[in-house]
Design a protein around this ligand. Structure first.
Ligand code: GLU
Length: 481
């Protein structure tokens, strides 16, 4: 069988993590099976049109490396790939269903429906369209058409019996037809609904495996009734469990951090995001966790897909991101970090040293400004208690002596290099019979004004430069006076 999958996002202007995962799984499944991956833009809901939203979809997919084989921008044999451009395709199919009795025109107004919905609610029932217009006579229908009364086309769902289908993850699902509503297929403006367009397009585009969120599981029997009405082959279905924020709540836009772009802005690497998202609802069958996109393309399989919801664990994503950051080349690390150096006001400082002190401890790039705030500006009100440290055997008095020794020697250094600073401090410690830590602790505290810093005294001195280092050392000495 020719495997063809599709990602069919609606251009909402926002790439939700759940959406990205739907696309990713469809992509991985196609690649793992030597198939084709299509991109289709589902924009039939014109009221929700968002400027630039389609470009955001292209950009996101390209960014993560999910290349599509057919799609709006590159074409293909099954185009157009934007539903609004396919508008004229749908109506003839709907009319064919009217002919065969599987659909009918409905002239009920919004107000009519509201009234009946309210009445049903008052009786404690959920409203289901009551097939009112299906019983109109040919003449009544013609008269309304002649008078230009607006109408929609509804699916005529059987009221008895059951409909079953098999999902490759969830197995056989059976629903009572009496629970299914007569969905609108074509809206009054002539546009198809999702409920209709997905069937027509998946068939015409020869989609072999329909992969999408669980929210469509309950409607799938209705779609299958349409396939049957046309006499079309039903595709395989693969539904994906929701991504949850916690046991009760779906990860939602309202949480403020559910979009791909938000994570990228915070300084998560796309490779880490894709790797993590791939594991939300799929596992390789062993403990392995780190995968490149290419590796995922080779190992992905439906058997590894989960039947239970996935919990989005930011801590886990952050851990994974740290693994990816640690593995970057120094050049790549700097390229990603530069924006945050600039934000922190240290964009001019030595990149090699910054990389050396930050790369192994950065989990997300937006942590950098907080880690290096002391480099840009010393908090001069720091407490002199910081000079006291048991392990380094320092207290205020020891620190005062160290600074008294160090300041003139550093001031007189012919060059401000790592070797020069290092040898000076270490040799001095040896001469005085001090632990290295006793020498280095007060120097670092005076230059940083805080106890925990990325990098040690020498790296900080190099980053600050001679003038600023000495200014801070002297200030520390004054505070200890
Ligand atoms: N346009 C639908 C959505 O964004 C796609 C569902 C499907 O894949 O069929 O949810």
């Amino acid at each position: 069988m020719k495997v063809r999958t599709r990602f069919a996002p609606s251009p909402t202007g926002y790439m939700h993590i759940g959406n990205l995962r739907s696309g990713l799984y469809a992509y991985l499944f196609a690649r793992a099976n030597g198939g084709k991956f299509l991109l289709r833009i589902e924009d039939t809901d014109q009221e929700r049109f968002v400027e630039g939203a389609t470009e955001l979809i292209y950009r996101t997919l390209k960014d993560v490396g999910m290349n599509w084989d057919e799609g709006p921008d590159i074409g293909g044999d099954y185009g157009p790939y934007v539903q609004s451009e396919r508008k004229s395709t749908y109506l003839p199919y709907a009319e064919q269903l009217i002919e065969s009795g599987h659909a009918y025109r409905c002239f009920c107004t919004k107000e009519d429906l509201e009234e009946r919905r309210a009445a049903a609610a008052a009786r404690g029932e959920t409203f289901k369209y009551d097939k009112h217009c299906m019983h109109l006579s040919k003449e009544e229908i013609q008269a309304k058409l002649d008078a230009g009364v607006p109408y929609v086309i509804r699916q005529n769902v059987p009221t008895e019996g059951t409909t079953s289908f098999t999902d490759l993850v969830f197995g056989t699902i059976t629903v009572n037809n009496s629970d299914l509503d007569d969905n609108v297929l074509i809206k009054a403006d002539g546009m198809p609904t999702y409920n209709f367009a997905n069937v027509i397009d998946d068939h015409l585009m020869e989609i072999s495996h329909v992969m999408r969120g669980m929210e469509y599981l309950a409607s799938t029997p209705k779609y299958n009734l349409l396939y049957q009405a046309f006499g079309w082959e039903i595709p395989y279905y693969i539904h994906m469990t929701p991504i949850m924020r916690d046991a009760q709540h779906k990860l939602s836009k309202r949480d403020g951090d559910a979009s791909y772009a938000d994570f990228v802005d915070k300084g998560y690497l796309k490779e880490a995001l894709i790797n993590y998202v791939a594991l939300l609802g799929w596992n390789p069958g062993d403990d392995r966790e780190i995968f490149t996109l290419d590796e995922l393309c080779r190992v992905f399989s439906v058997e590894g897909m989960s039947k239970s919801p996935a919990i989005f664990d930011v801590e886990k994503l952050t851990w994974m991101n740290a693994q990816y950051i640690m593995a970057l080349s120094p050049e790549d690390f700097t390229a990603h970090a530069q924006k945050y150096y600039d934000m922190a006001g240290i964009g001019h400082m030595d990149k090699a040293i910054l990389c050396k002190i930050l790369q192994q401890r950065t989990r997300v790039f937006n942590e950098i400004p907080d880690m290096v705030d002391f480099l840009a500006k010393l908090d001069e009100d720091y407490s002199i208690e910081l000079f006291t440290n048991k392990k380094s055997k320092t207290d205020a008095e020891v620190s005062r002596n160290v600074l008294d020794m160090v300041i003139p020697v550093l001031e007189a250094l012919p060059e401000w290099t790592e070797t020069a600073i290092h040898d000076t401090l270490i040799n001095m410690a040896a001469e005085k019979g001090m632990k290295n830590g006793t020498m280095l602790w007060p120097v670092r505290i005076a230059m940083a004004g805080k106890a925990v810093t990325p990098g040690g005294a020498i790296e900080i001195a190099l980053l600050l430069g001679r003038e600023e280092s000495l200014r801070r050392l002297k200030l520390g000495r004054e505070k200890l006076a």
